[in-house]
Design a protein around this ligand. Sequence first.
Ligand code: ZN
Length: 264
Amino acid sequence: MAKKLRVCVWHEFVHEKKNASVKEIYPDGMHVVIADGLREKLGDSAEVGTATLQEPEHGLTQERLDATDVLLWWGHCAHGEVSDEVVNRVQARVLQGMGLIVLHSGHFSKPFKRLLGTSCALKWREAGEKERLWVCNPGHPIAAGLGDYFELPQTEMYGEPFGIPSPDEQVFISWFEGGEVFRSGCTWIRGNGKIFYFRPGHETYPIYYDENVRKVLANAVQWAAPQGHWVGVMAAPNVPVDKAPEPIVAKGPSVHEEGEAGFR
Ligand code: ZN
């Protein structure tokens, strides 16, 4: 039997407790609905769990991350409350090989900005307008099972310019009723980890119940599955002269003490 993909849906879980319209759509929280959608589509091939900001270490202990193949991230108003220690951990796990799927306003989350290294800023408008998501590459695994495009009847608008590094692959481009366009489905590789940003997911509309959105997220989880892990990716080991693959003699001065292991 093939190994199950271990998936964790992370959510800041704040709006549902404060805003009546969000609570009505997601009474138990958006993470629960996203996780249900993944279970429905992925069946026995995945083990889907959730974690939230309020849990100790935001539910992302080293142990939990080490046992996660693909992490989904939804955040908006509490990005600043995510501890840098957890961000360091998430970054390291992605570089090792964990997949990361960043949703909607997660464009401004600490892990996304850290991994991409750019502003990740964008234009926005809340007018309940229609979004049409065009599939840029029908052959891409994340777009499997979709038509030329799909639409969400009411969304928040995100518009270009979007302050991201040029994506490795452009999977979706969105057009909005008000005229703007946006790179709404983008992929990057960082270290061994695959990253997918997917724009839809504004909290005041039932986006994560949408059939096409659920299909995209399930496809993305399968696409982002690790191909392998480089566990020591953050280490910078010194190779002593006497351990060189070929015999050599040290020549010239060194700024390091003899036997010093650390990196400076
Ligand atoms: Zn939003």
